[in-house]
Design a protein around this ligand. Structure first.
Ligand SMILES: Nc1ncnc2c1ncn2[C@@H]1O[C@H](COP(=O)(O)OP(=O)(O)OP(=O)(O)O)[C@@H](O)[C@H]1O
Length: 227
């Protein structure tokens, strides 16, 4: 299993009490499996992704990434694991306004101590694989559509060849057709790159491409009843 969450409890401070956002959540996602998590606003979906991304430490329970127990790692080791093994696509495109699509990926290489020039060809081919061709890979974010920006986000998340891909509401800014294309792309990428993928969404119309659909209700996860 590439990603295992077991018996996760996560609480937040809430006045002089604590609010339970994740209430005993267990989930296993295999390499190459595309799991969707649906649920109403406030049910705990983003909290689940933040724990899986090792950005939040749960009050109880274990997170295993590629068999490695995240709780046993130092803060520095956790940061390295996140950088090398986990790709994250946020709801808001957080691309840098001044950089072209290729440069967004090259900037990551720079942070990792690689020469941006040495990775240019790989960055272009990754962008082509998510559908950015015909010069679009050399455009800046404001010269791309919302769907194209989301494709750059996805390529960027894949750049380090992660084993886990976490995607938060990827279609919220897109119309139905473009949303469907992005979800189809995520399904294909999951198969081709063998990532353990979790996509959080509240759009039940976008679930056909998922291998499995789980529903989050009040911090608890269950198999979704087919619509
Ligand atoms: N930093 C925080 N501090 C306190 N409470 C929080 C914090 N983040 C989330 N919560 C609470 O935890 C619960 C779960 O929130 P979460 O953001 O995980 O839900 P969600 O399903 O992702 O919602 P949405 O679909 O609106 O993004 C909610 O009751 C929310 O108010």
């Amino acid at each position: 299993m590439s990603l295992v969450l077991s018996d996760i409890v996560l609480t937040y401070p809430d006045g002089d009490r604590r609010l339970t956002a994740l209430d005993g959540v267990s989930l296993e996602v295999a390499a190459g499996e595309f799991t969707a998590v649906v649920g109403p606003s406030g049910s705990g979906k983003s909290s689940l992704l933040a724990v899986a991304a090792t950005l939040l430490t749960p009050d109880a329970g274990r997170v295993l990434v590629g068999g490695q127990d995240v709780g046993a790692l130092s803060a520095a080791q956790r940061t390295a694991l996140r950088r090398d093994r986990i790709g994250i696509v946020f709801q808001q495109s957080n691309l840098l306004a001044s950089l072209t699509a290729v440069e967004q990926l090259q900037a990551l290489a720079h942070l990792r101590g690689e020469k941006p020039r040495a990775v240019a060809a790989r960055a272009e081919s990754l962008l082509a694989s998510v559908g950015l061709t015909d010069g679009k890979q050399h455009r800046r974010p404001h010269q791309l559509s919302g769907g194209e920006r989301q494709r750059v986000n996805i390529a960027r998340a894949l750049f380090a060849e992660p084993s886990v891909l976490l995607v938060d509401e990827p279609t919220s800014a897109l119309d139905h057709e473009r949303g469907e294309q992005i979800v189809g792309l995520l399904a294909r990428i999951t198969r081709e790159h063998g990532t353990a993928t979790i996509m959080v969404t509240h759009d039940k119309a976008q679930l056909r491409a998922a291998d499995r659909v789980l529903e989050m209700v009040d911090g608890r996860l269950a198999e979704a009843v087919p619509a």
